[in-house]
Ligand binder design. Structure first.
Ligand SMILES: [Zn+2]
Length: 87
């Protein structure tokens, strides 16, 4: 989503419309992801093809680094929508 917006240098709303159009055309697949909210991490922990009902997932990346780097709030996650090129 952000990548598309950057490339097209346009508004988020426009970018979203373009993405939705691309999904209809079969160029993009729409996915849902659970993203780690840790600023230093931000990885998509898990992705889904449909809206997931459970987003309470711990970020294993943060959990692995917790002791070493003292990262806190490793359980904070948020649901995002993203688009990927259809293969
Ligand atoms: Zn994380």
């Amino acid at each position: 989503m952000e990548n598309v917006r950057y490339i097209l240098n346009t508004t988020t709303k426009k970018a979203k419309r373009i993405c939705e159009f691309a999904v209809k055309e079969g160029a993009f697949n729409k996915s849902y992801g659970v993203k780690c909210e840790n600023y230093d991490c931000g990885v998509i922990i898990k992705s889904f093809k449909n809206t997931p009902t459970i987003i309470d997932i711990k970020c294993s990346h943060c959990l692995n680094n917790e002791e070493e780097y003292g990262i806190k709030n490793s359980t904070n996650t948020s649901l995002i929508e993203f688009y990927e090129l259809a293969t």
